[in-house]
Design a protein around this ligand. Structure first.
Ligand code: HEC
Length: 202
């Protein structure tokens, strides 16, 4: 019931005063965008965590922190360019303030968090806004992430916390637990509605 409520409000927000456009996204297009969003975010996650693992192996948490500091955003940007989409990794508690969630993104993060708290499945969402389809996928905290996003003095060692605060004076991205919603991937695709009537020809 709660999931349904969350979904309805998204439709309301997305419609921006017009009649809900989500209903106009044909099922085949929905499936295609969900699939594309899933693929792009998986590639992006693999690229970021691949670089993270290599940096961790080379020089531990400290080296990895410095690495993420300079590489994370250029990496997502270059992926976005090759895929001809806009791709962002955002959070309501950002480390890098360039990754701060906007109003709709914060709303989506809250929805995913509620679903998570109520043990409902958290599935990616699509929003149709004018001529853009936006795909939102939650980012969940795993054990490894706690080294840099956990509780300072606990999983996040004090010395690493100090380094984080040097690199990111306004850091908000600590105190997470395994399974928490850390933020989301947002992929925006250009969209032209199909004019061909359904059920005719091919
Ligand atoms: C070695 C430390 C380190 C580890 C491990 C790490 N992160 Fe981060 N994380 C960072 C840093 C540094 C940034 C800021 C990157 C930037 O400047 O764009 C960041 C940024 C992020 C962001 C973007 C939003 C923001 O706050 O700027 C998300 C989302 C995120 N991390 C999720 C995760 C998840 C999920 C994991 C585990 C799979 C993880 N991180 C593991 C250091 C780490």
């Amino acid at each position: 019931m709660r999931i349904f409520g969350f979904f309805l409000v998204i439709l309301g927000l997305a419609s921006c005063g017009q009649k809900s456009q989500e209903t106009k996204l044909p099922a085949a297009d929905r499936e295609q965008f969900l699939l594309k969003g899933d693929t792009i975010t998986k590639v992006a996650f693999a690229a970021i965590s691949g670089e993270l693992q290599t940096a961790l192996q080379r020089g531990g948490i400290e080296a990895a922190l410095q690495h993420c500091n300079v590489r994370a955003i250029p990496l997502t940007d270059s992926l976005a360019r090759t895929q001809h989409v806009s791709l962002r990794r955002v959070s309501n508690k950002p480390r890098n303030r360039n990754n701060k969630a906007d109003r709709l993104e914060e709303f989506m993060i809250k929805g995913f968090t509620n679903d998570q708290n109520e043990k409902n499945p958290i599935t990616p969402k699509l929003v149709l806004k004018n001529d853009t389809v936006i795909y939102y996928k939650p980012i969940i905290i795993q054990a490894l992430c706690l080294n840099c996003h956990g509780t300072p003095g606990n999983e996040l060692l004090k010395k690493n916390d100090r380094l984080i605060r040097q690199l990111y004076p306004g850091d908000k991205a600590v105190g997470y637990k395994q399974g928490d919603v850390r933020g989301l991937w947002r992929v925006a695709f250009p969209y032209k509605p199909t004019t061909r009537p359904h059920g005719q020809g091919l």
